[in-house]
Design a protein around this ligand. Sequence first.
Ligand SMILES: Nc1ncnc2c1ncn2[C@@H]1O[C@H](COP(=O)(O)OP(=O)(O)O)[C@@H](O)[C@H]1O
Ligand SMILES: [Mg+2]
Length: 310
Amino acid sequence: MLKSPKTPDTHDDDSNAGRRVPTPHTGQGATQIPSADRDLTGEIRVQQAAVRQEVGEDLSLRVRNLSVYYGDFQALDSIDLDIAKGRVTALIGPSGCGKSTLLRCFDRMNDLVPSFRMTGSIDFEGEELVGYGVDPVVIRRRIGMVFQKPNPFPKSIFDNVAFGPRVNGYKGDLKELIERSLRRAALWDEVKDDLKKNALALSGGQQQRLCIARAIAVSPEVILMDEPCSALDPVATLKIEDLMRELAEEYTIVVVTHNMQQAARVSDYTAFLLAADDRTGRLVEFAPTNDIFTNPKDSRTEDYITGRYG
Ligand SMILES: Nc1ncnc2c1ncn2[C@@H]1O[C@H](COP(=O)(O)OP(=O)(O)O)[C@@H](O)[C@H]1O
Ligand SMILES: [Mg+2]
């Protein structure tokens, strides 16, 4: 259940409630009129209304006609995207195309930005992710986030992983849960004798695996990762990539990455986003990762993955 046990109108942390407005500019349900658009090479091309490829698998998240605004600026336009359950989906595209914005819609972190507004819908496990009575705190337990820079709390390793379960009033065997989470994050063997050590004393790669353990400890269904390896060295990066593949057996993972090899190695599906001159991000292509990298349908995708612009 996405709804909090509280009555819908008493939750005051849902700062986005009521901000969703109908989509005036696209007229959802009406015929979409393709608009002329200029791509990065200066060529005028017809922008398809929205790219949609259904994955034909069980879905965790279903994004439909999602547009996002920060004040007057439109950051994302008419995104349609299926996130398959128990798979790794990579979001790729040049800086500023709206990858983090899209990811932050999934765990309702954009709600904390006063100028943020969205239209369209995001369905999570058959229920609206955004709406009256949906508690963002509940969402953030079910959909965890791992950030670009490892951000452990200045506390012991144990207390970092125990943080979420404690906040949620975990009644089981906490020690067992901490061990299980650290094992799952491939960190246990390195820290089992040092659980009282301050997490900030760990290496960057260990800190990131600790953040993954912390995310796992509250048993989320989805783990969002925003460039989780960009602050790490190549060895630590490979460890996190291996871990992502392992975690995909149990969780749905959405990962933003600038590293094409990483997207190719870890993901099952890839979504390529691009912002045109108006700086508004659109989904250019979405497909099984192998198809995107071996046989991209859109020339802009090919230009990006072959490094022609970044
Ligand atoms: N809080 C915000 N307020 C205003 N504009 C923002 C905010 N966050 C992001 N943007 C803008 O939205 C666009 C997409 O940003 P972002 O999602 O961070 O892109 P990416 O993660 O792909 O680099 C950029 O033009 C960025 O400047
Ligand atoms: Mg980003």
